[in-house]
Design a protein around this ligand. Structure first.
Ligand code: DOR
Ligand code: ZN
Length: 356
């Protein structure tokens, strides 16, 4: 028997991007933006603020606030998105695209998740918007869950695929769509079986946890997000998709911070804050799957290729230097009082450490 090759001590990757993140606003923006800017060169920033970012003018103003929240020497580029409503204006979207302010449009089915009340009530209402996106080549980003209360929460993604996504893709065959934060084998299979215009992002948490994590020893709000984590067989299917080298699966953290008291409440918010250790978290998955050599394409190549954007210059380095993730991260609130966020992997040791 030959010895397995020794585990590498360093991993150098082209600078990666996060194709789905929530940076929030105000004091929370100031608390979380540096973590994403440290890990990634660019990020697709979700527009589900309160009120949501529905116009190009609002996106331009939000971009300024994001840049103001970054460290002085940061080279990070936020890529802005517009939140689609029943009343979205195709002309404004086209203008935002032409001005280089808006990179993509995000569709939340109305009431699907945090700040989605103003989302789209009926996809058919947006055909003029979809036709515009198709024509100008701007990606449509989908929160792919039905909101029909009669559908079990663990089935809402799978039902969305047949009920809404397939008809939409057939109506607009040239529309480029990213199915965000997929959580099921059904979604991975659907993306693989569809043509080149459909891709998916995969979060670190859906690669690490299944639905049991939410009930481990009691109710565990820090593992609650939407779409909710599914059974183990779905987690395994997502890991297989992520490490497969298939170019239509790429990195999107869906880092979605909520203050600790808003998570640990009678009606806790959905969202997992994974930005500070995102690359280390993905590296753990790719290493366990013996696919570290495919992490770079997933993190740094497939996303820009799908979006039609250039690959980043420069590199980042991960070293095999174990680090303990803190249980909580404190930050000052607008009032000056300290608030806390609970990072994903809090209390765990991660084998890799981002050095640059
Ligand atoms: O868990 C989630 N949190 N899922 C979403 O779709 C939204 C996000 C948030 O904004 O908190
Ligand atoms: Zn999200």
């Amino acid at each position: 028997m030959t010895d397995p090759s020794p585990a590498p001590a360093r991993l150098t990757l082209r600078r990666p991007d996060d194709w789905h993140v929530h940076l929030r606003d105000g004091d929370l923006l100031a608390a979380v933006a540096p973590a994403t800017a440290h890990q990634f060169a660019r990020a697709i920033v979700m527009p589900n603020l309160s009120p949501p970012i529905t116009t190009t003018a609002a996106a331009a103003a939000y971009r300024e606030r994001i840049v103001a929240a970054l460290p002085q020497d940061s080279r990070f580029t936020p890529l802005l998105t517009l939140y689609l409503t029943d009343h979205s204006d195709p002309a404004d979207i086209e203008q935002g695209h032409a001005d280089g302010v808006v990179t993509a449009c995000k569709l939340y089915p109305a009431h699907a998740t945090t700040n989605a009340a103003a989302g789209v009530s009926d996809l058919a209402l947006l055909d003029p918007v979809f036709a515009t996106l198709e024509r100008i080549g701007m990606p449509l980003l989908l929160h792919g869950e039905v909101t029909d209360r009669a559908v079990d929460i663990f089935d809402r993604e799978a039902v969305f695929l047949e009920r809404h996504l397939a008809p939409l893709l057939r109506r607009f065959p040239g529309l480029r769509v990213v199915l965000e934060h997929i959580t099921s084998a059904d979604a991975a299979d659907f993306v693989r079986s569809w043509g080149p215009n459909l891709a998916a992002t995969i979060t670190p948490h859906h690669l690490h946890i299944n639905r049991n994590a939410m009930f481990q020893g009691g109710l565990r709000p820090d593992f609650y997000c939407l779409p909710v984590a599914k059974r183990e067989r779905h987690r395994l299917a997502l890991r297989a998709a992520a490490v497969s080298g298939h170019p239509r699966f790429f990195l999107g953290t869906d880092s979605a911070p909520h203050r600790r008291h808003a998570k640990e409440a009678a009606c806790g918010c959905a969202g997992i804050y994974n930005a500070p250790y995102a690359l280390e978290s993905y590296a753990a998955v790719f290493e366990a799957e013996q696919a570290l050599e495919r992490l770079e394409a997933f993190a740094s190549e497939f996303g820009p290729q799908f979006y039609g954007l250039p690959l980043n210059d420069g590199t980042v380095t991960l070293e095999r230097r174990p680090q303990l993730v803190p249980l909580r991260l404190a930050h000052p609130s607008a009032s000056g009082a300290m608030e806390e966020l609970v990072p994903f992997h809090g209390g765990e040791q991660l084998a890799w450490r981002l050095m640059t």
